[in-house]
Design a binder for this molecule. Structure first.
Ligand code: ACO
Length: 439
């Protein structure tokens, strides 16, 4: 099993006449980190790092990113290889179990996903009580949280078999809930999952089949959905995965933990960006003046940002965006369709990549920039875009939850630097006021 390398290197911190040695640990790809676990006990100091920009919150064997070189690998395998040679179910298995499945393991895993694809019939009634127009991300996080009431025994003290089943259940059921929520929102009868269909084909069928308009499952659309899901399947300690690890560290059950991940993902600075990109592209397309929006994004007095641009870790072209851009162009060509928003997106990208503001800050299109255009071409409605992201990210969240519970991690409980008032006393005036109130 790969693990960090403890070497003799250390950093020396001088503080108040004392010298403290802080060990340097090296990851398997050569990244170095300062181990500050003894810092507070030896110096009384804590560190401040808002947004955890410089903090490795854990050690992980799941996903490797090199943001400078635009590299993304799951369990050591480049995403470019995975999109060519595997399916989303293979990748889910890889993330959760550490290796790609053998033929038998793939069969067993697929059959476990199939066996756990139905939601409890009583949960179906919940859909009736959400208001018309409720955002499907809110429905999804609520329904996943409710699963703990229907399928108990998913805390970390349960058996391995229970954990296996619960992980497969949540990866599988999330599709069913997402498709049911969509059917409910358009007033159509729900379509149940089918055991004869693959993971992605099943989802498309539940979304688009209807008693009066049978859905033709196109192999090309299924392939594309596999590609998109693989590219979204994990991204190490992003906001929603960190939420999963933080909530999970309190030994909360798996479903509540995943529900927290879904809530975090819904924000426009995270997974919600894929919907926000399309909304923004529509406005820019209608206006026609790309440079006006580039200037707005650069204006520090304006809250406007180019959605789908920039990333905390990537300081080069997001490798997922590079694949999605190509897929987008090819898919639209193949289905003989065009989308004016693709042309607007290309113009925006070209203008931004030539602009010193974006160059100096290393701002490139991220995974969300072209994704929505593909989802539109596949017939996925805009308010479902972030739900698609959530379905794809499920294996990543599950893998991180499992890694965390197997790592005897401490409860996550950061420190703070208190900057409020020093000791205050309650004055006589308040004392007399409260006694009047009590009388
Ligand atoms: N448009 C204009 N300026 C931007 C953008 C953008 N999209 N992104 C970053 N900047 C600027 C910031 O204003 C800042 O400028 P400054 O140094 O002059 O103050 C600089 O670039 C650094 O940006 P930060 O916000 O400090 O970078 P951070 O790593 O905290 O944020 C984030 C990353 C949230 C992704 C940011 O780039 C952003 O808001 N992008 C748009 C939303 C988006 O696409 N989110 C999806 C991200 S991918 C994902 O979560 C799946």
């Amino acid at each position: 099993m790969a693990s960090e390398i403890k070497n003799r290197e250390c950093a020396v911190l001088k503080f108040e006449g004392k010298e403290v040695e802080l060990p340097v640990v090296t990851g398997t790809e050569g990244d170095k980190a300062l181990d500050i676990r003894a810092l507070r006990s030896e110096t009384g100091l804590v560190t401040i790092d808002p947004g955890f920009v410089n903090t490795a919150s854990c050690r992980s064997q799941i996903t490797y990113i090199d943001g400078e070189r635009g590299i993304l690998r799951y369990r050591g395998i480049p995403i470019e290889e995975l999109v060519k040679k595997s399916t989303f179910v293979d990748v889910a298995y890889l993330l959760v179990h550490g290796t790609l499945p053998t033929a038998q393991e793939r069969l067993d895993f697929s059959s476990m996903l199939n066996l756990n694809s139905l939601i409890h019939e009583d949960m179906r009634r919940f859909f009736d009580h959400f208001p018309q127009g409720a955002h499907p991300m809110h429905i999804l996080s609520t329904m996943i949280n409710a699963m703990a009431a229907f399928y108990p025994n998913v805390d970390i003290n349960t058996t391995t078999a229970n954990i296996e089943q619960s992980c497969a259940r949540v990866i599988s059921i999330v599709r069913t809930i997402a498709a049911f929520a969509y059917k409910k929102s358009i007033g159509e009868p729900i379509v149940y999952p089918r055991h004869d269909l693959s993971y992605c084909a099943n989802f498309l069928n539940m979304m688009f089949d209807s008693p009066v308009r049978p859905y033709h499952i196109s192999p090309e659309t299924v392939r594309l959905l596999n590609v998109l899901f693989i590219l979204h399947a994990d991204h190490e300690q992003n906001c929603s995965t960190s939420a999963v690890r933080v909530i999970g560290s309190a030994q909360v059950n798996l479903y509540a933990t995943i529900s927290a991940g879904i809530s975090a993902l819904s924000g426009p600075l995270h997974g919600g960006a894929n919907q926000a990109v399309i909304e923004q592209l529509k406005i820019i397309h209608k206006d026609g003046d790309v440079n006006k929006f580039i200037n707005m994004a650069k204006d520090k007095n304006s809250p406007f940002r180019l959605m789908g641009f920039g990333h905390r870790v990537y300081k080069s072209y997001d490798p997922r965006a590079a694949i999605i851009r190509k897929e987008c162009e090819n898919y639209l060509n193949r289905i003989g369709s065009s989308d004016p928003l693709l042309e607007t997106a290309r113009k925006l990208e070209d203008a931004a990549l030539k602009d010193p503001y974006f160059i100096e800050r290393s701002l490139y299109p991220n995974v969300d920039f072209y994704t929505g255009i593909l989802y539109r071409a596949m017939g996925i409605p805009e308010n479902m875009f972030t739900v698609m992201f959530a379905l794809a990210r499920l294996p990543g969240w599950v893998a991180h939850w499992r890694e965390m519970i197997g790592d005897s991690t401490k409860i996550v409980r950061p420190r703070q630097l208190y900057i409020g008032r020093t000791l205050q006393e309650i004055g006589d005036e308040l004392e007399s006021r409260s006694s009047t109130f009590l009388l």
